[in-house]
Design a protein around this ligand. Structure first.
Ligand code: ATP
Length: 302
């Protein structure tokens, strides 16, 4: 009888994997609507990543044709370097990440990786080259080991544990009664925001992509967890071309370039020091965050 059920099991697994993959993807990008169908061009070639230079060239975009979100955005993520994008809520920062992952096609301009237009290469090869640490990681109702191993098909237990160590979550997992077999999700272990983010980091370490998108969480973690996560993120961003969508400016002071986006347009750009000297929107945001930080520190000290 078990012979009879095996194909059904397999089918169930395939269905579950696809469905969960989609849920993960949607949650990753905070999508409510189903995105327009993105298809490979006929005979699409695989993306070949060399140095990993990512360029946005005069990129425009609209979700709905009567409301333009991005207007001629230009920037470059240098090979192995970090570009940070900051700006008010709704400016279009996460939209840039969605376009790089080709969740949507640009409506004007193009995005290239090492000179190859991302709309012309196969989606599978594009997505294999990009790792994302999203704002909110969705975990599958499965073991914590499975949730990490998902980063790379066919990974071994040793590789999973190495990735967990790199993401500083191995110690926590080892302390659980079921260790890597501990179930997470609705009926299992509830992980904190910081722990979930570490799982996402471990997944990304396993995937080992040359290009990285870090979408910083808006909801603040406690400051110690925050500092520890930042240290881990810095380590995984080293030697990878990284775009950071940042909400806390203190995390991006070392970025090679900071792009300030306002209403879908780049309104300022430069390093932290040059932007402060400009006394524009970035400097204003910096002063405001510094003042908020002082208030929080004062409140904590009371
Ligand atoms: P935040 O800092 O609040 O995360 P953001 O700068 O990342 O904001 P985006 O998420 O890129 O902003 O959104 C830019 C604009 O696009 C917003 O006005 C938003 O309402 C709109 N938008 C985002 N997703 C969709 C969608 N799927 N369909 C239609 N409009 C959308």
């Amino acid at each position: 009888l078990s012979q009879l059920f095996r194909p059904l099991d397999l089918l169930g697994m395939v269905y579950r994997t696809i469905r969960q993959g989609l849920i993960d993807m949607e949650a990753m990008f905070g999508l409510i609507d189903t995105p327009a169908e993105i298809v490979d061009v006929p005979n699409a070639l695989p993306l070949i990543v060399g140095e990993g230079v990512v360029r946005f060239e005069n990129v425009s975009f609209a979700y709905d044709k009567d409301r333009q979100i991005l207007h001629g955005v230009d920037f470059e993520i240098p090979a192995g370097g970090t570009l940070a994008v900051v700006g008010p809520s709704g400016a279009g920062k996460s939209t840039l990440a969605r376009l790089l992952f080709r969740f949507y096609d640009t409506t004007g301009g193009r995005i290239t990786i090492d000179g190859q237009d991302i709309a012309k290469v196969s989606q599978a090869s594009l997505r294999a080259a990009i790792g994302i640490v999203p704002q909110d990681t969705v975990l599958f109702n499965d073991t914590i080991g499975y949730n990490i191993a998902y980063g790379r098909e066919g990974s071994t237990q040793d590789q999973v544990e190495d990735a967990a160590r790199g993401a500083a979550i191995h110690g926590f997992i080892a302390s659980l009664p079921d260790q890597y077999s501990a179930k997470v999700g609705e009926r299992g272990l509830k992980l904190s925001g910081g722990e979930k983010q570490r799982v996402a980091i471990a997944r990304t370490l396993l995937k080992n992509p040359p290009i990285l998108i870090l979408d910083e969480a808006t909801s603040a973690l406690d400051s110690r967890t925050e500092a520890e996560i930042q240290t881990t993120l810095k380590a995984i961003a080293a030697r990878r071309s990284t775009i950071v969508i940042a909400h806390r400016l203190s995390t991006i002071v070392d970025a090679d370039e900071i792009v300030v986006l306002e209403a879908g347009r780049v309104c300022e750009r430069g390093t932290h020091a040059t932007l402060l000297a400009k006394n524009g929107l970035y400097a204003e945001m910096w002063m405001r965050q510094a003042a908020e930080h002082d208030l929080e520190a004062m409140a904590a000290a009371e």
